[in-house]
Design a binder for this molecule. Structure first.
Ligand code: CO8
Length: 257
Protein backbone atom coordinates (compact mmCIF):
# COMPACT_ATOMS: atom_id res chain seq x y z
CA UNK A 1 0.00 0.00 0.00
CA UNK A 2 1.14 3.56 -0.69
CA UNK A 3 1.14 5.99 2.19
CA UNK A 4 1.90 9.72 2.26
CA UNK A 5 2.57 10.33 5.93
CA UNK A 6 4.03 7.05 7.14
CA UNK A 7 6.68 4.59 5.97
CA UNK A 8 6.54 0.83 6.43
CA UNK A 9 9.49 -1.56 6.58
CA UNK A 10 9.36 -5.29 7.09
CA UNK A 11 12.01 -6.96 9.27
CA UNK A 12 11.07 -10.63 9.09
CA UNK A 13 7.93 -11.07 11.22
CA UNK A 14 8.16 -7.48 12.48
CA UNK A 15 6.52 -4.49 10.82
CA UNK A 16 8.18 -1.13 11.44
CA UNK A 17 5.83 1.84 11.04
CA UNK A 18 7.58 5.20 10.92
CA UNK A 19 5.67 8.47 11.20
CA UNK A 20 6.89 10.69 8.41
CA UNK A 21 5.87 14.35 8.55
CA UNK A 22 9.33 15.67 9.42
CA UNK A 23 8.59 19.33 8.69
CA UNK A 24 5.78 19.33 11.25
CA UNK A 25 7.60 17.19 13.85
CA UNK A 26 5.17 14.38 12.94
CA UNK A 27 2.15 16.38 14.05
CA UNK A 28 -0.85 14.10 13.83
CA UNK A 29 -3.23 15.34 11.15
CA UNK A 30 -6.32 13.44 9.96
CA UNK A 31 -4.39 11.85 7.08
CA UNK A 32 -1.68 10.53 9.39
CA UNK A 33 -4.19 9.19 11.92
CA UNK A 34 -6.07 7.43 9.10
CA UNK A 35 -2.90 5.95 7.62
CA UNK A 36 -1.71 4.60 10.98
CA UNK A 37 -5.13 2.99 11.52
CA UNK A 38 -5.14 1.51 7.99
CA UNK A 39 -1.61 0.13 8.33
CA UNK A 40 -2.42 -1.50 11.67
CA UNK A 41 -5.57 -3.08 10.23
CA UNK A 42 -3.40 -4.47 7.44
CA UNK A 43 -0.83 -5.85 9.95
CA UNK A 44 -3.59 -7.46 12.00
CA UNK A 45 -4.74 -9.41 8.95
CA UNK A 46 -1.22 -10.48 7.88
CA UNK A 47 -0.39 -13.86 9.43
CA UNK A 48 3.32 -13.29 8.74
CA UNK A 49 3.48 -10.33 11.14
CA UNK A 50 3.89 -11.07 14.85
CA UNK A 51 4.78 -7.67 16.28
CA UNK A 52 4.76 -3.99 15.27
CA UNK A 53 7.18 -1.19 16.13
CA UNK A 54 5.82 2.35 15.90
CA UNK A 55 8.43 5.10 15.72
CA UNK A 56 9.03 8.66 14.60
CA UNK A 57 12.23 10.58 13.86
CA UNK A 58 15.23 11.52 16.00
CA UNK A 59 13.59 14.91 16.71
CA UNK A 60 10.04 13.79 17.38
CA UNK A 61 7.94 10.71 17.86
CA UNK A 62 5.03 13.13 17.39
CA UNK A 63 4.60 16.72 18.64
CA UNK A 64 0.86 16.24 19.12
CA UNK A 65 -2.28 16.80 17.12
CA UNK A 66 -1.79 19.11 14.14
CA UNK A 67 -2.65 22.45 15.72
CA UNK A 68 -2.90 24.13 12.30
CA UNK A 69 -5.58 21.63 11.28
CA UNK A 70 -7.44 21.88 14.58
CA UNK A 71 -7.52 25.64 15.11
CA UNK A 72 -10.56 26.46 12.98
CA UNK A 73 -12.60 23.33 13.65
CA UNK A 74 -16.16 23.81 14.83
CA UNK A 75 -17.84 21.62 17.42
CA UNK A 76 -20.21 20.26 14.76
CA UNK A 77 -17.31 19.29 12.45
CA UNK A 78 -15.38 17.64 15.25
CA UNK A 79 -18.42 15.77 16.53
CA UNK A 80 -19.68 14.66 13.12
CA UNK A 81 -16.23 13.62 11.78
CA UNK A 82 -15.36 12.05 15.12
CA UNK A 83 -11.82 11.95 13.72
CA UNK A 84 -10.33 10.78 17.01
CA UNK A 85 -12.41 7.59 16.92
CA UNK A 86 -9.90 6.24 14.38
CA UNK A 87 -7.44 5.87 17.27
CA UNK A 88 -9.62 3.12 18.70
CA UNK A 89 -8.13 0.77 16.10
CA UNK A 90 -4.65 1.44 17.48
CA UNK A 91 -5.69 0.92 21.07
CA UNK A 92 -7.55 -2.27 20.13
CA UNK A 93 -4.82 -3.88 17.99
CA UNK A 94 -4.51 -7.52 19.02
CA UNK A 95 -0.89 -7.89 17.97
CA UNK A 96 1.73 -6.26 20.19
CA UNK A 97 2.73 -2.73 19.26
CA UNK A 98 5.92 -1.25 20.73
CA UNK A 99 6.42 2.52 20.73
CA UNK A 100 10.04 3.52 20.10
CA UNK A 101 10.14 7.16 21.19
CA UNK A 102 12.93 9.63 20.49
CA UNK A 103 12.53 13.39 20.88
CA UNK A 104 9.11 14.90 21.50
CA UNK A 105 6.07 12.78 22.38
CA UNK A 106 3.62 15.52 23.25
CA UNK A 107 -0.15 15.75 23.48
CA UNK A 108 -1.60 13.29 20.96
CA UNK A 109 1.96 11.98 20.46
CA UNK A 110 2.23 10.99 24.13
CA UNK A 111 -1.29 9.55 23.92
CA UNK A 112 -0.35 7.52 20.84
CA UNK A 113 2.72 6.14 22.63
CA UNK A 114 0.53 5.19 25.60
CA UNK A 115 -1.90 3.34 23.32
CA UNK A 116 1.00 1.04 22.43
CA UNK A 117 1.75 -1.96 24.63
CA UNK A 118 4.99 -0.59 25.99
CA UNK A 119 7.30 2.32 25.37
CA UNK A 120 11.03 2.14 24.74
CA UNK A 121 12.53 5.61 24.97
CA UNK A 122 15.71 7.18 23.66
CA UNK A 123 17.61 9.23 26.22
CA UNK A 124 16.46 12.26 24.17
CA UNK A 125 12.75 11.54 24.66
CA UNK A 126 10.47 14.21 26.14
CA UNK A 127 6.93 13.37 27.17
CA UNK A 128 4.10 15.69 28.07
CA UNK A 129 0.46 16.69 27.75
CA UNK A 130 0.81 20.41 26.99
CA UNK A 131 -2.75 20.84 25.64
CA UNK A 132 -3.68 23.04 28.60
CA UNK A 133 -1.34 25.70 27.19
CA UNK A 134 -3.48 25.79 24.04
CA UNK A 135 -6.70 26.21 25.97
CA UNK A 136 -7.80 22.59 25.58
CA UNK A 137 -7.27 19.24 27.31
CA UNK A 138 -5.94 15.86 26.14
CA UNK A 139 -8.48 14.26 23.80
CA UNK A 140 -7.20 10.77 23.02
CA UNK A 141 -7.00 9.12 26.40
CA UNK A 142 -4.23 11.21 27.98
CA UNK A 143 -6.15 12.02 31.15
CA UNK A 144 -7.04 8.34 31.58
CA UNK A 145 -3.99 6.35 30.49
CA UNK A 146 -1.47 8.69 32.12
CA UNK A 147 -3.18 8.30 35.51
CA UNK A 148 -3.21 4.52 35.21
CA UNK A 149 0.41 4.55 34.12
CA UNK A 150 2.08 6.98 36.52
CA UNK A 151 -0.51 7.67 39.23
CA UNK A 152 -2.79 10.61 39.94
CA UNK A 153 -0.40 13.12 41.46
CA UNK A 154 2.19 13.18 38.68
CA UNK A 155 -0.41 12.82 35.93
CA UNK A 156 -2.39 15.71 37.37
CA UNK A 157 0.72 17.88 37.59
CA UNK A 158 1.68 17.18 33.97
CA UNK A 159 -1.86 17.69 32.63
CA UNK A 160 -2.50 20.88 34.64
CA UNK A 161 0.86 22.57 34.00
CA UNK A 162 1.83 21.19 30.59
CA UNK A 163 5.33 20.49 31.92
CA UNK A 164 7.44 18.11 29.83
CA UNK A 165 9.33 15.24 31.44
CA UNK A 166 12.54 13.65 30.19
CA UNK A 167 13.29 9.99 29.59
CA UNK A 168 14.80 9.29 33.00
CA UNK A 169 11.84 10.70 34.88
CA UNK A 170 9.49 8.84 32.54
CA UNK A 171 11.28 5.57 33.25
CA UNK A 172 11.35 6.23 37.00
CA UNK A 173 7.59 6.75 37.13
CA UNK A 174 6.79 3.73 34.98
CA UNK A 175 5.64 5.40 31.75
CA UNK A 176 8.61 3.91 29.93
CA UNK A 177 9.73 0.28 30.06
CA UNK A 178 13.36 0.96 29.24
CA UNK A 179 15.72 3.70 27.98
CA UNK A 180 18.26 3.20 25.19
CA UNK A 181 20.92 5.55 23.82
CA UNK A 182 19.33 7.48 20.94
CA UNK A 183 21.49 5.80 18.28
CA UNK A 184 20.56 2.34 19.59
CA UNK A 185 16.82 2.91 20.12
CA UNK A 186 15.57 1.35 16.90
CA UNK A 187 17.96 -1.58 17.17
CA UNK A 188 16.71 -2.28 20.72
CA UNK A 189 13.06 -1.91 19.72
CA UNK A 190 13.48 -4.25 16.76
CA UNK A 191 15.31 -6.74 18.96
CA UNK A 192 12.42 -6.77 21.47
CA UNK A 193 9.93 -7.05 18.62
CA UNK A 194 11.84 -9.93 16.99
CA UNK A 195 11.90 -11.75 20.33
CA UNK A 196 8.13 -11.38 20.67
CA UNK A 197 7.42 -12.23 17.02
CA UNK A 198 9.37 -15.48 17.29
CA UNK A 199 7.20 -16.70 20.18
CA UNK A 200 3.89 -18.52 19.82
CA UNK A 201 1.41 -15.99 18.39
CA UNK A 202 -1.65 -17.42 20.18
CA UNK A 203 0.21 -17.24 23.52
CA UNK A 204 1.44 -13.70 22.79
CA UNK A 205 -2.06 -12.47 21.89
CA UNK A 206 -3.56 -14.09 24.97
CA UNK A 207 -0.83 -12.67 27.21
CA UNK A 208 -1.54 -9.19 25.83
CA UNK A 209 -5.29 -9.60 26.23
CA UNK A 210 -4.90 -10.85 29.78
CA UNK A 211 -2.63 -7.97 30.82
CA UNK A 212 -5.07 -5.50 29.27
CA UNK A 213 -7.88 -7.01 31.36
CA UNK A 214 -6.12 -5.64 34.43
CA UNK A 215 -7.19 -2.15 33.27
CA UNK A 216 -10.85 -2.97 32.93
CA UNK A 217 -11.83 -5.56 35.53
CA UNK A 218 -11.65 -6.20 39.28
CA UNK A 219 -8.77 -8.45 40.40
CA UNK A 220 -10.87 -11.58 40.96
CA UNK A 221 -12.39 -11.34 37.45
CA UNK A 222 -9.01 -10.65 35.91
CA UNK A 223 -7.46 -13.66 37.61
CA UNK A 224 -10.37 -15.85 36.50
CA UNK A 225 -9.97 -14.60 32.92
CA UNK A 226 -6.24 -15.32 33.01
CA UNK A 227 -6.85 -18.86 34.27
CA UNK A 228 -9.31 -19.58 31.42
CA UNK A 229 -6.80 -18.29 28.88
CA UNK A 230 -4.04 -20.36 30.47
CA UNK A 231 -6.12 -23.55 30.26
CA UNK A 232 -7.11 -22.87 26.66
CA UNK A 233 -3.48 -22.68 25.55
CA UNK A 234 -3.16 -26.40 26.27
CA UNK A 235 -5.13 -26.89 23.05
CA UNK A 236 -2.33 -25.37 20.96
CA UNK A 237 0.45 -27.10 19.09
CA UNK A 238 2.87 -24.49 20.43
CA UNK A 239 2.22 -25.39 24.09
CA UNK A 240 3.14 -29.04 23.43
CA UNK A 241 6.14 -27.97 21.37
CA UNK A 242 7.34 -25.35 23.88
CA UNK A 243 7.22 -27.71 26.84
CA UNK A 244 8.63 -30.69 24.90
CA UNK A 245 11.52 -28.54 23.66
CA UNK A 246 12.31 -27.49 27.24
CA UNK A 247 12.36 -31.10 28.43
CA UNK A 248 14.46 -32.20 25.44
CA UNK A 249 16.84 -29.28 26.01
CA UNK A 250 16.41 -27.79 22.53
CA UNK A 251 14.95 -24.61 21.03
CA UNK A 252 11.20 -24.74 20.32
CA UNK A 253 9.86 -24.50 16.78
CA UNK A 254 6.68 -22.50 17.16
CA UNK A 255 4.12 -22.73 14.36
CA UNK A 256 1.78 -20.04 15.73
CA UNK A 257 -1.09 -22.47 16.11
N1 CO8 B 1 0.95 20.93 15.12
C1 CO8 B 1 1.27 21.52 13.96
N2 CO8 B 1 2.54 21.89 13.65
C2 CO8 B 1 3.49 21.66 14.59
C3 CO8 B 1 3.20 21.04 15.81
C4 CO8 B 1 1.86 20.67 16.06
N3 CO8 B 1 1.48 20.04 17.19
N4 CO8 B 1 4.35 20.94 16.52
C5 CO8 B 1 5.32 21.47 15.76
N5 CO8 B 1 4.80 21.90 14.59
C6 CO8 B 1 5.51 22.53 13.48
C7 CO8 B 1 5.82 24.00 13.79
O1 CO8 B 1 4.71 24.80 13.50
C8 CO8 B 1 6.99 24.25 12.86
O2 CO8 B 1 6.52 24.40 11.55
P1 CO8 B 1 6.93 25.73 10.72
O3 CO8 B 1 8.42 25.58 10.55
O4 CO8 B 1 6.17 25.58 9.43
O5 CO8 B 1 6.57 26.89 11.54
C9 CO8 B 1 7.73 22.91 12.88
O6 CO8 B 1 6.79 21.93 13.32
C10 CO8 B 1 8.90 22.88 13.86
O7 CO8 B 1 8.39 23.27 15.13
P2 CO8 B 1 9.07 24.44 16.03
O8 CO8 B 1 9.68 25.46 15.17
O9 CO8 B 1 8.06 24.89 17.02
O10 CO8 B 1 10.22 23.57 16.71
P3 CO8 B 1 10.93 23.83 18.12
O11 CO8 B 1 12.08 22.90 18.16
O12 CO8 B 1 11.16 25.28 18.33
O13 CO8 B 1 9.83 23.40 19.23
C11 CO8 B 1 8.16 21.95 20.16
C12 CO8 B 1 9.43 22.06 19.30
C13 CO8 B 1 8.48 22.32 21.62
C14 CO8 B 1 7.68 20.50 20.09
C15 CO8 B 1 7.08 22.91 19.61
O14 CO8 B 1 6.96 22.69 18.21
C16 CO8 B 1 5.73 22.73 20.23
O15 CO8 B 1 5.49 23.18 21.34
N6 CO8 B 1 4.78 22.08 19.51
C17 CO8 B 1 3.43 21.93 19.94
C18 CO8 B 1 3.30 20.89 21.03
C19 CO8 B 1 1.87 20.79 21.50
O16 CO8 B 1 1.30 21.72 22.02
N7 CO8 B 1 1.26 19.60 21.33
C20 CO8 B 1 -0.09 19.35 21.69
C21 CO8 B 1 -0.99 19.59 20.53
S1 CO8 B 1 -2.72 19.49 20.94
C22 CO8 B 1 -2.99 17.84 21.03
O17 CO8 B 1 -2.14 17.03 20.83
C23 CO8 B 1 -4.39 17.44 21.38
C24 CO8 B 1 -4.51 15.94 21.53
C25 CO8 B 1 -5.90 15.53 21.32
C26 CO8 B 1 -6.14 14.47 20.34
C27 CO8 B 1 -5.02 13.79 19.61
C28 CO8 B 1 -5.24 13.78 18.17
C29 CO8 B 1 -4.16 13.26 17.35
Amino acid sequence: MDYETIEIERHGRVALLRLNRPRALNALNAKLIGEIADALTHFEADAEIGCVVLTGSAEAFAAGADIKELRDKTVAEAYLDDFLARWDGVARARKPVIAAVAGYALGGGCELAMMCDFILAADTAKFGQPEIKLGVIPGSGGTQRLVRSIGKSKAMELVLTGRLMGAEEAERCGLVARIAPADKLLEEALKSAQTIAALSLPAVLMAKEAVERAYETPLSEGVRFERRMFYSLFATHDQKEGMTAFIEKRSPKFEHR
